[in-house]
Design a protein around this ligand. Sequence first.
Ligand code: LLP
Length: 463
Amino acid sequence: MSRSAHPAGPRHADVLPEGHYSAPATDLNVLDEKVWSRTVTRDADGALTVGGIEVARLAQEFGTPAYFLDEADFRARCRAWSDAFGADADVFYAGKAFLSRAVVRWLTEEGLNLDVCSGGELTTALDAGMPAERIAFHGNNKTVAEIERAVEAGVGRIVLDSFQEIVRVAHIAQRLGTRQRVQIRVTVGVEAHTHEFIATAHEDQKFGIALAGGQAAEAVRRALTLDGLELVGIHSHIGSQIFDMAGFEVSARRVVQLLAEIRDEHGVELPEIDLGGGLGIAYTSDDDPREPHEIAKALGDIVTRECESAGLRTPRISVEPGRAIVGPTAFTLYEVGTIKPLEGLRTYVSVDGGMSDNIRTALYDAEYSVALVSRTSDAEPMLVRVVGKHCESGDIVVKDAFLPSDLAPGDLIAVPATGAYCRSMASNYNHALRPPVVAVRDGEARVIVRRETEEDLLRLDVG
Ligand code: LLP
């Protein structure tokens, strides 16, 4: 297996705009294992295989564009997270990253819990057999109907996001003759970005209730008086694609401080804290994500230490990784179409998908890698921008990358680390048909979300 490339200087330095992208691998045929799922390798002919199946065969059978999800890797990552956090903590997979009934079954089998944030995600989870008590229900604007369904189903917790919702959930639970387990989501004053965190402007957003100004303490006061609610903990989620644990540490410290204040004021020690998701993954060779056991240790240590100094019993910790579980487990396979060299700039490589199957580049300026996967090539690298087929110049999949200069229409290229927030944020822009998700494992491939058809489009368009 040829993996683990290390970036070196570009060979075509004369045509590169100045340094806002990763340098290419010296040998473009060598795959960097950081960004590919675990069963990805190259076979003797140079074609990429996943789960033991060649991409050319996958393309033939399932078409392109398509997402291929490495089931063994997904399951291994679930186990790594639950082993790292152990029996005294809970891992909730964040379904917004990617959810399907097959995924729910894998999660159920691997012992994970599930965070959902809409009625649709809740339905998918329940339909595929996730026990309701293992589901956490999130959202800043849950509808009354959604809350009713969640309470009736008996979800393990509802994460309350506003003062109005505290009352709303309490009334609904009381009307349904039950007491709903709830957490309160607080904003801790840490706004995390990719590599750093800044402590400004944090109250200026739609989620949660601010610790600042005593608002969270007031929310706790109200929740504790309402019969329909069983307040079990405090929740905090600080952002996305975070590598630095410092933001989580500040967040954990502030949540524990709130627990201590609650104990002092009400004589109640809340038994749970949830520190949210947001752990980063490698999209390119430059990214260095933490392993689950490092994250578990860092979070466990800080919570234990803070609780000891506050004289509190250590609460049960939970986390909600989405991207860190599913992100690295899938790649998107595209067929190369038009290739347009722009003299002195770069070569535009058009593929048969685009912003409809990966909006992250356009939306967040996200960086991705790309590789020629239907064959190897010894041609010189060329600087490319991989673009889609949509009527929009911002329709970019990979902003700056290198591909072999003998790339030709009909070649297959793949973008790794597209398991999270690609299919789940896919659209029908330009009436594109959303691609299928194909699970690959031990030499077998099966569609878990089928490709949309033109019939699907017309069915919604009722004339
Ligand atoms: N828990 C809560 C309360 C969240 O809001 C989120 C993500 C997660 C967990 C999972 O975060 P993860 O571990 O997957 O980073 N669409 C964006 C990310 C938005 C995430 C929103 N909430 C993206 O493509 O990067």
